[in-house]
Design a protein around this ligand. Structure first.
Ligand code: GLY
Length: 389
């Protein structure tokens, strides 16, 4: 009979680790832990890297995405942004694959005088927080991106908000993890986390109990649906749907080089000529259907900024599920269940936060120490104050 009683501590020198979720977060933690000598198994309900990691845009936008009320995320997002160049280089070395880190920076353009007031407000907020943003005149924006619509009134520019090809990131992480000795199990949905005496024992994949000293729950939007956890250890994560569409540019004569934000839409030019346009934000559960309204809004928003897209072929359109937590910040660190660690709820920032999540969660498992940068993002922040679970 399966037990759900959690109450006894454990101590293990080199733990065996089971990770639920083979997205960028789960695979990067696995890669780090296996490189440090742990036995690591990763389980995914589908194919590795084909959930939110596949659907994302790959923007590493710690600065331009900062809006009023989101200041508390900055130490984490900026720390991860700073780690990205070395992380990418290490990963490319370990996997033998490129992740196409592009460093042109990001612009938030103002298309009209009304827009300019809003973008100026954002600029002043971000500059006031000490972020490396600058204001560009309309003429300067057009000099850097000549195919933007001629009336563009100016832009907020951040030279440190880069982008990476998230799909290449997924395949590189998968390869690096395998090379480091990780066992990656695809199409292997975890139905239940098993505990006994207050600590994790393993997880159930079909009718098989896989034993492990530590379990990392990194199942993105699916993290709340795994059975076996007492309510105080269950992460409050829900799917936040985002539709995207991808056009094909001539890679020798691209219409755009920077990541460009415009009201309601962003455009991400890839080195291979793809131009990603995103993204809707919808509360529709796990409904992954594309809608006419969603696709229309993306294409219209992009066309207003970059009229030349009217001639480009549509290559692909898709929807994905951001793992949104109750306060839209990630959930990182230990739980009251000994051996269960959470790395989920990354919402709009999963790709950006991959390096800091991988390093800090691996360190937590290897040393028992919680990095100060992740401490504010522990699950217990949702616990009503003064209530003992
Ligand atoms: N970070 C962009 C998005 O979630 O749409």
């Amino acid at each position: 009979m399966r037990s759900t009683a959690f109450s006894r501590p454990i101590s293990v020198a080199i733990p065996s680790v089971a990770i639920v979720g083979a997205g960028a977060i789960g695979l990067s933690i696995a890669w780090r832990l296996a490189s440090a000598g742990c036995r690591v198994q990763v389980f995914d309900r589908g194919l590795a890297g084909r959930g939110a990691t596949h659907a994302a845009g790959g923007m590493l936008a710690a600065c331009v995405e900062t809006e009023p009320g989101e200041e508390s995320l900055l130490p984490l997002t900026r720390a991860s942004q700073a780690l990205w160049p070395v992380f990418a280089a290490e990963l490319e070395d370990a996997s033998g694959q490129s992740v196409d880190l592009r460093r042109e920076g990001t612009m938030v353009i103002a298309q009209t005088a009304d827009d300019a007031a809003k973008v100026r407000f954002l600029h002043d907020l971000q500059a006031g927080l000490g972020l490396p943003v600058e204001w560009l005149s309309g003429a300067e924006v057009r000099r850097r991106e000549p195919y933007l619509q001629p009336g563009v009134a100016g832009a907020l520019y951040c030279a440190e908000d880069h982008q990476v090809d998230n799909r290449k990131l997924a395949t590189a992480l998968h390869a690096a993890a395998l090379r480091a000795g990780v066992e990656v199990h695809e199409n292997a949905p975890v139905t239940r986390i098993e505990g006994q005496g207050g600590q994790v024992v393993g997880l159930w994949v079909g009718d098989r109990l896989v034993e492990a000293d530590r379990i990392v729950l990194a199942a993105g939007a699916w993290s709340a649906g795994i059975e076996g956890l007492p309510p105080p250890a269950r992460p409050p994560v829900r799917p936040v749907k985002g539709q995207m569409v991808c056009l094909r540019m001539d890679s020798r004569l691209p219409l755009l080089r920077h990541v460009v934000w415009t009201p309601g839409t962003y455009l991400i030019p890839r080195l291979d000529g793809r131009l990603l346009i995103g993204a809707t934000t919808e509360e529709r559960g796990f409904d992954d259907r594309l809608t006419a309204g969603g696709q229309f809004a993306l294409l219209e928003g992009a066309w207003r900024a970059l009229p030349g897209i009217a001639e480009l072929p549509i290559e692909e359109a898709w929807a994905g599920f951001r793992p949104g937590s109750r306060d839209d910040a990630p959930i990182l660190g230990p739980t009251e269940v000994e051996g269960l660690v959470l790395a989920t709820g990354h919402h709009r920032n999963g790709i950006l936060l991959t390096p800091v999540t991988a390093d800090s969660i691996a360190r937590l498992i290897l040393t028992g120490e919680s990095d100060p940068v992740i401490r504010p993002f522990a699950l217990d922040r949702f616990q009503p104050k003064g209530v003992v679970a």
